[in-house]
Design a binder for this molecule. Structure first.
Ligand code: AMP
Length: 279
């Protein structure tokens, strides 16, 4: 398994490759959700890179950045179970941003003014900086992202257009544990009591999907709010049904089906997000 700390070493190692180059950007803390993207990318490309970089400028909270899981040996070992031909790019900050970080500013119009964009100022701008760096450095043909971070997926699609690149952005389904909880590196921060509460998020989304066929948006919103009010350790940060392309919230008179429900819940100190298609 080759782990590259330097982009020039990695570029040198892949310079003679033939066929499609696939990329899976991650921040490490590799779990089955990441592995599903990596497996798919491995099948669909002749060479592939997994990047592992905890991107400081997408964190709005220093504690969150500090406690983000970092274990390259474990991550590399999980990835090598898929194939030891996969190249891991695990740079330090300087290899990505140079000596001093000078973040570029983007305009995503309304896409970053809703949901996570309100709760986490500059988050998507930070994400776009690292993604632009990865796109321009490696110029991959196919890049894989999880639906779990659906807003991020739409931002990346928009970035691809802003940069006038025509990389294939491949949307991959959310992988969940048996109890329905979407896998996330942040789940490790949940206490055992919080772990028993967290599956409520997906249960709620499944009920929303059922209600979407018969109830109004207002009825659904009331039901979701009252559900989380009953759980002491939970704070519902937002629940919204929005257009899957523009991410604009629907109006009370719009039809619900064909849209997507988004939720963010804080359980103890851990923020969890999830979403579901309402078909
Ligand atoms: P992260 O390391 O959290 O930045 O995630 C790296 C990639 O893995 C992103 O495209 C995420 O959307 C994706 N991802 C994270 N969790 C899951 C999951 N449970 N199912 C599918 N994809 C996921």
């Amino acid at each position: 398994m080759e782990i590259f700390k330097s982009k020039s070493d990695l570029l040198n190692a892949i310079k003679n490759h033939k066929g499609a180059l696939g990329l899976v950007p991650t921040m490490g803390g590799i779990h089955e959700g990441h592995l599903s993207l990596i497996r798919r990318a491995f099948k669909e490309n002749s060479i592939m890179i997994v990047s592992i970089f905890v991107n400081p400028i997408q964190f709005d909270n220093a504690i969150d950045l500090k406690k983000y899981p970092r274990n390259l040996t474990r991550d590399a070992s999980l990835i090598s179970e898929i194939s030891d031909k996969i190249k891991i790019y695990a740079p330090n900050q300087e290899d990505v941003y140079g000596k001093k970080i000078k973040p570029k500013k983007y305009s995503f119009k309304k896409l970053d003014k809703v949901m996570e964009g309100i709760k986490r100022e500059n988050h998507f701008n930070g994400v776009a900086n690292i993604i632009e760096f990865l796109f321009k450095t490696f110029n991959p043909e196919n890049v894989y992202f999880g639906e779990k971070d659906y807003q991020q997926l739409q931002i990346v699609r928009s970035l691809n257009k802003i940069l006038r690149m025509s990389i294939n952005i491949i949307q991959c389904p959310t992988i969940r544990s048996k109890n329905g909880l979407a896998l996330s590196s942040r789940n490790q921060n949940l206490t055992s009591n919080e772990q028993s509460i967290a599956p409520e998020i997906y249960k709620c989304l499944l009920d929303v999907k059922k209600m979407a066929k018969v109830n109004s948006y207002e009825e659904i919103q009331n039901e979701v709010s009252s559900r989380f009010l009953k759980i002491k350790q939970c704070n519902l940060e937002y629940f919204t049904i929005s257009n899957p392309k523009t991410l604009e919230e629907i109006n009370s008179t719009d039809s619900i089906l064909g849209n997507r429900a988004f939720i963010a819940v804080k359980i103890g100190d851990t923020r969890l997000i999830d979403n579901i298609e309402l078909s």
